[in-house]
Unconditional design. Structure first.
Length: 290
C-alpha cells in the first residue's frame, strides 16, 4: 500500500516545516511527500531546496489557492501510482499514532468501498465533528472514537483519497478556487457509488490559521458564488434553497454586525451574477485586494 502525502502551502514557511516533520514521524519518507507551493514569497522555495531536497516540491508561478493546489497534488500522486493520497494544509499536521489508527481501514478499503476517509476534528467541548449534507453542510457531534463512521461529507485537511476514486471521477475542480470544492467532490464520489467515512479520533493538530482575523469581504465572494453555482450546476432545488437560507442569514449578519458592509454586499452581488453567468476560477486575487 503506497501512500503519498500532499501539503498545499502559501507563505507559511515555519508551519510547513512543522507539518513536513510531523508527516515524517508517521513513517512517511520525503520521497512520498508532495508540497504544492502556491507562489510563496517568504522563502519557502529556498528552505525546501536546502533542508528538504528529497521531497517532491511543485513551485507554481501563481497562487491557485486550495482547490487548485489540491487538484495538482492529487494528479501528481495519482500519476505516480500511489494507492492513497493524504491531504494537508500547511497549518495542520498528524500527531503520534494518526496513520496507525486508520491503516487497517485503508488496507481493507474494498470491503467498504472507501473513496474518502477523514481523520475527524474535535470541537472545543471535546466532541468529534461529523459532516452531513442537506443542501449545505450539517455538523453532527459525537463521542471521540477510532470507529469507521459513514458520513456524507469531509473536508480535505487530514483526508485520504483512494486511487480508485480518482481514476473514476478525476481530481477536485480547480475552478472553485477556494471553498465548496470538497463538497462538490464528495457529491461526485457518492454519485459514483463510493463510500465517505470519518474516523472521529481527533488525531490532527489543526492550527486553523486561515480562520483567524474573521472572513474578509473578498472571501465571501467565493463562498457565495461556489455554493450557488453548485446548486445551479446540479439542477438541485434543495441546494439552491439551502444557499438562499444561508445567504439571508449572512446578509443579516453583514447589515448588523460586520464592518465594510457595502464592500461585502457588493462582493455578494457579483458572486450571484457570476454564478448565473457560469463565471468561475480566480475572479478576485486576494493578493491584490486591500
Amino acid at each position: 500500500m503506497k501512500i503519498a502525502v500532499v501539503i498545499v502551502t502559501y507563505n507559511r514557511k515555519s508551519e510547513l516545516i512543522k507539518t513536513i516533520k510531523a508527516v515524517e514521524s508517521q513513517g512517511i519518507t520525503q520521497h512520498d511527500i508532495i508540497v504544492i507551493n502556491n507562489n510563496s514569497s517568504d522563502g519557502t522555495r529556498q528552505i525546501l531546496d536546502l533542508e528538504f531536497s528529497k521531497l517532491n516540491a511543485v513551485h507554481l508561478e501563481e497562487n491557485i489557492a486550495s482547490a487548485g493546489g489540491f487538484s495538482k497534488g492529487m494528479q501528481f500522486a495519482h500519476e505516480k501510482g500511489y494507492n492513497w493520497v493524504w491531504l494537508f494544509n500547511d497549518d495542520s499536521r498528524p500527531v503520534a499514532g494518526t496513520l496507525a489508527s486508520v491503516k487497517a481501514f485503508l488496507e481493507d478499503a474494498s470491503k467498504y468501498k472507501i473513496g474518502l476517509l477523514k481523520i475527524g476534528n474535535i470541537n472545543n467541548n471535546g466532541q468529534a465533528i461529523l459532516l452531513f449534507w442537506n443542501g449545505v453542510r450539517r455538523p453532527v457531534y459525537t463521542a471521540v472514537s477510532d470507529d469507521l463512521v459513514p458520513t456524507d461529507l469531509i473536508t480535505f485537511d487530514g483526508c485520504f483519497i483512494s486511487a480508485e476514486l480518482m481514476s473514476k471521477i478525476g481530481y477536485c475542480d480547480p475552478e472553485f478556487f477556494m471553498g465548496t470544492y470538497e463538497f462538490d467532490y464528495c457529491l461526485k464520489a457518492k454519485d459514483a457509488g463510493f463510500g465517505i467515512y470519518t474516523v472521529p479520533n481527533g488525531l490532527i493538530d489543526d492550527g486553523k490559521l486561515g480562520g483567524k482575523g474573521g472572513t474578509p469581504p473578498w472571501r465571501q465572494y467565493y463562498n457565495t458564488r461556489n455554493h450557488l453555482w453548485l446548486g445551479l450546476n446540479r439542477k438541485s432545488f434543495k441546494i439552491c434553497f439551502a444557499w438562499f437560507r444561508r445567504e439571508i442569514k449572512y446578509t443579516y449578519a453583514i447589515l448588523f454586525y460586520y464592518d465594510k458592509k457595502y464592500e461585502r454586499l457588493l462582493f455578494k452581488l457579483r458572486a450571484i451574477r457570476d454564478a448565473f453567468m457560469n463565471r468561475r476560477g480566480k475572479r478576485y486575487d486576494p493578493e491584490n485586494i486591500n
